[in-house]
Design a protein around this ligand. Structure first.
Ligand code: C5P
Length: 303
């Protein structure tokens, strides 16, 4: 007698930092047009999909208790959307081994959506084209297409329209995770509120040519001189203690320090691995967890 062996597929998906996040005015649909330069970094979630009787989501990792396990989870939504398109029943167990911070501004939820999509696609052998998968990613969320492609890319529209970018070297990063998350919609609302209060006209978001050149050359000093995040003030307004974390990393030798996406994870660019280790040491105890890693990282990959 042999036990039934269920087929399963595991996909590894990277986190991201935005080295430029230029935010335009709110659109009629509530989203904001962006010039969003994504860089995938070497922190990963792994999504394993296994044939099951019903759709079920489980999660393990330091932040697992903050991850919704119902159908609002982007991994569940990815499985449901792909199944609907291909006339299947999404009878799978999705297990997320979570290393990317939750609600941290590093696209952890988006990574799980892209990972589940690629894993289900491989399990079911749908034969979907890359363009179809990217289309489903865009439906799931603005950052999900980038989680699929990885590397570096410019995201326009609400961030979902990607142009791959050349990266000419390895960048050393340190990430400081905060003791609570920030809601992305709340940070965008704060961005709108600050602009309205100050009576500021919000310019069209455009990618910085100097930043794209710095990425293409793999030049950390030039990248540090050109990074920018239009959501940073809004994130600091909602989470003022982040200013101390940024200052601590700068004092420890970071070439630049910025909030990652909508935060509250803070990102520190280092000249080399040794400097990154020193910055990480200085930040230990100041924030919940500190991680050092490199970029660029590959996109969602079947293991
Ligand atoms: O696309 P996604 O569902 O990840 O976006 C989450 C929220 O972030 C949106 O509902 C919106 O409030 C905000 N957002 C935005 N403009 C974007 C992307 C996201 O206002 N370009």
């Amino acid at each position: 007698m042999s036990a039934r062996v269920s087929a399963s597929v595991t996909v590894r998906v990277p986190a991201k930092v935005n080295v430029q996040l230029a935010v335009g005015a709110a659109r009629p649909d509530g989203f904001h047009d962006l010039a969003n330069v994504f860089l995938a970094v070497g922190l990963y979630d792994e999504v394993t999909v296994t044939e099951a009787d019903d759709l079920r989501v489980t999660c393990a990792g330091p932040d697992a208790d903050q991850v919704p396990l119902d159908r609002t989870n982007l991994a569940a939504r990815a499985a449901i959307t792909l199944a609907e398109r291909y006339g299947r029943v999404p009878a799978v167990h999705l297990h997320i081994a979570k290393d990317i911070p939750v609600a941290g501004g590093m696209a952890g939820g988006s990574a799980d959506g892209a990972g589940a999509l690629l894993a289900c696609d491989a399990l079911w052998g749908t034969g979907a084209s890359r363009a179809e998968l990217l289309d489903i990613c865009a439906e799931l969320g603005s950052d999900v297409p980038f989680s699929l492609v990885g590397g570096a890319a410019l995201g326009t529209g609400r961030g979902e329209l990607l142009t791959p970018l050349e990266v000419g070297g390895t960048f050393h990063w340190v990430f400081a995770m905060a003791d609570r998350g920030l809601s992305t919609p709340a940070v965008f609302r704060e961005f709108d509120r600050l602009a309205a209060t100050e009576g500021r006209r919000i310019p069209e978001p455009v990618a910085s040519p100097a930043l794209l050149t710095a990425l293409a050359k793999g030049d950390p000093e030039a990248l540090a001189a050109t990074v920018s995040n239009d959501l940073q003030r809004a994130a600091l307004s909602l989470f003022p203690a982040l200013a101390d974390t940024l200052a601590t990393g700068r004092a420890a030798g970071a070439l630049t320090a910025l909030v990652s996406g909508s935060g509250p994870t803070t990102a520190f660019l280092a000249r080399d691995a040794a400097t990154a280790a020193g910055i990480a040491e200085a930040l230990t105890g100041v924030c919940r967890t500190v991680r050092t890693t490199t970029a660029p990282a590959p996109g969602a990959t079947v293991l």
